[in-house]
Design a protein around this ligand. Structure first.
Ligand SMILES: *[C@@H]1O[C@H](CO)[C@@H](O)[C@H](O)[C@H]1NC(C)=O
Ligand SMILES: *[C@@H]1O[C@H](CO)[C@@H](O)[C@H](O)[C@H]1NC(C)=O
Ligand SMILES: *[C@@H]1O[C@H](CO)[C@@H](O)[C@H](O)[C@H]1NC(C)=O
Ligand SMILES: *[C@@H]1O[C@H](CO)[C@@H](O)[C@H](O)[C@H]1NC(C)=O
Length: 326
């Protein structure tokens, strides 16, 4: 244990020997749960040569990659790159760390190179941005510099005229049609503010929110959207049902018609990449479900889950201990 006075004395001693007096370490969290998942926190720091940035990788699977002010979501030629650091949902400690030593007082622009995290989610970070951080972040998503935030989305819990859409991508999902008892695509990644339009092509399907544990049972509560049955007789126009993405939590869903779910008619948004909780595992659980909605024998019980997550956590710890990045 050092007393604060001995630290001060050591610093004074160092200061008299070295030209660099100050050396600060900034901890920057990358990702995390819920609202944090597409964020660097803090989003910017002011640092000088000799300081160090420690990027601490939380959920889900991010990078810290150097870009430029002009192209926020593209790697700068010769820029540093932490590589991808997947972190399981359940991990609570021993997060991977990447260090960046600051060698000048110039701005450094950084983004997450995963999928559309930068271009849709605005997942960026900067060292010494001055007054330019907001412009950098706005340029990342192609948005106008932030003046006002978009109004909260109108309720989309029933088929309704399209609300005047705030910024965000529209994803289209075909329900039934040529794909048969399926959603096409079966899963997708979407950012907050995006809209997902389900296009019902034929037969009599639903899109109904469920949960990872029970793919074929409707999720109770306010966030448990349900289109209800949407019959589309042959030869008539498709019908649409829309949802707005309000957060980055995974959305699991199914068709509630008869045995469709048990036949594999399931769908996911922002499903994690980990094998324990990915789309394929969700689909397998659905197929193991007895028709009619009750969950059948679930081969992916909690015991098995926590065991393998412990294993992954330990592997990451070992990796971090043996490799410093950049
Ligand atoms: C960063 O600086 C620290 C302290 O001077 C040093 O131990 C470490 O090796 C440096 N890391 C890299 C990646 O250069
Ligand atoms: C997002 O919020 C709106 C308004 O509260 C709600 O109608 C909609 O169902 C929500 N979306 C999801 C996916 O829960
Ligand atoms: C659609 O399916 C539901 C549930 O099986 C059923 O109650 C409804 O009558 C069906 N509608 C049509 C038009 O077939
Ligand atoms: C992390 O993301 C990268 C890039 O998308 C991907 O190649 C890799 O498989 C992902 N890792 C995990 C464990 O999901």
């Amino acid at each position: 244990m050092f007393s604060s006075s001995s630290i001060v004395r050591a610093a004074l001693l160092l200061g008299s020997l070295l030209p660099v007096v100050r050396s600060e370490v900034f901890e920057v969290t990358v990702g995390g749960l819920g609202d944090q998942v597409l964020l660097f926190q803090p989003e910017s720091v002011t640092a000088v040569a000799g300081d160090q940035i420690r990027f601490i990788f939380r959920q889900k699977n991010h990078t810290a990659t150097q870009s430029t002010f002009a192209n926020p979501c593209e790697r700068a030629p010769g820029g540093f790159n932490s590589g991808f650091w997947p972190v399981p949902q359940e991990q609570t400690e021993g997060f991977p760390v990447a260090e960046l030593n600051i060698t000048s007082n110039d701005p450094i622009w950084v983004y997450c190179a995963q999928g559309n995290h930068c271009s849709s989610g605005g997942m960026v970070f900067a060292v010494n941005p001055g007054e330019r951080f907001d412009a950098f972040k706005a340029a990342a998503t192609g948005a106008a510099p932030p003046a006002s935030t978009p109004a909260p989305p109108a309720s989309t819990s029933e088929p309704a005229p399209a609300p005047s859409a705030p910024a965000g991508t529209t994803h289209r999902v075909i329900v039934g049609g040529p794909a048969g008892l399926a959603f096409d695509p079966t899963s997708l990644q979407a950012a907050i503010g995006d809209e997902v339009v389900f296009e019902f092509r034929n037969k009599n399907h639903t899109i109904t929110r469920s949960s990872f544990a029970e793919p074929c049972a409707r999720l109770a509560g306010a966030t448990g959207f349900d289109s209800g049955f949407i019959p589309v007789p042959d030869g008539t126009s498709p019908k649409e049902f829309k949802i707005r993405i309000n957060d980055t939590a995974p959305i699991w869903a199914y068709c509630a018609q008869g045995a469709h779910c048990a036949q594999g008619m399931v769908f996911a948004i922002n499903s994690p990449e980990t094998p324990e909780r990915n789309f394929q595992t969700f689909l397998n659980t659905a197929k193991a479900t007895a028709a009619g909605g009750a969950a059948g024998q679930n081969p992916y019980g909690n015991g098995a889950l926590s065991h393998s997550f412990t294993g992954i956590g330990a592997a990451l710890l070992a990796l971090v201990a043996t490799s410093l990045l950049f």
